[in-house]
Design a protein around this ligand. Structure first.
Ligand code: HEC
Length: 115
């Protein structure tokens, strides 16, 4: 009888453990499926690597290195225009973001510039 109780306890403990693993996995899955593009997580690193070399330091061109200033450029349409219509940013000869980074910026603009 003692053994049956013991085995039952062990089985319960094992299945509780498995349940936690599954919920962690599904939380990760959910995060990966989260379509929202955010400035802090996705956009700022791209801007830092490919744009802010010019757009943060040089005062005679637009400062696009903060959420507010980049959102203003998105709202006015100039960001979209320079990246996807004229396609002249970054200027030729400078390191270019990957296609998926451009797509990320496009999605960010389309979904309303999440901070
Ligand atoms: C080598 C320097 C340099 C880099 C790198 C660069 N830009 Fe620019 N950008 C400029 C200059 C200079 C201007 C202003 C002259 C012009 O409009 O062409 C400008 C203008 C712009 C404008 C128009 C701003 C306005 O108020 O009219 C936008 C939007 C822009 N850049 C976005 C970007 C983005 C996004 C990146 C990164 C993917 C980037 N730029 C990378 C130099 C740069």
């Amino acid at each position: 009888m003692k053994y049956i109780v013991l085995i039952t306890c062990m089985l319960m403990a094992a299945s509780a453990c498995r349940q936690t693993e599954t919920s962690v996995a599904s939380a990760v899955q959910q995060k990966n499926n989260d379509a929202t593009v955010g400035y802090k997580e996705e956009i700022e690193p791209i801007m830092e690597s490919y744009c802010n070399t010019c757009h943060a330091k040089v005062t005679y061109i637009s400062n696009l290195s903060t959420y507010q200033t980049l959102k203003a450029a998105a709202d006015s349409g100039v960001l979209y225009e320079r990246l996807f219509i004229k396609s002249d940013m970054p200027p030729a000869g400078n390191p270019r973001p990957a296609e998926k980074d451009f797509q990320m910026i496009k999605d960010w603009i389309k979904t309303g510039c999440t901070p």
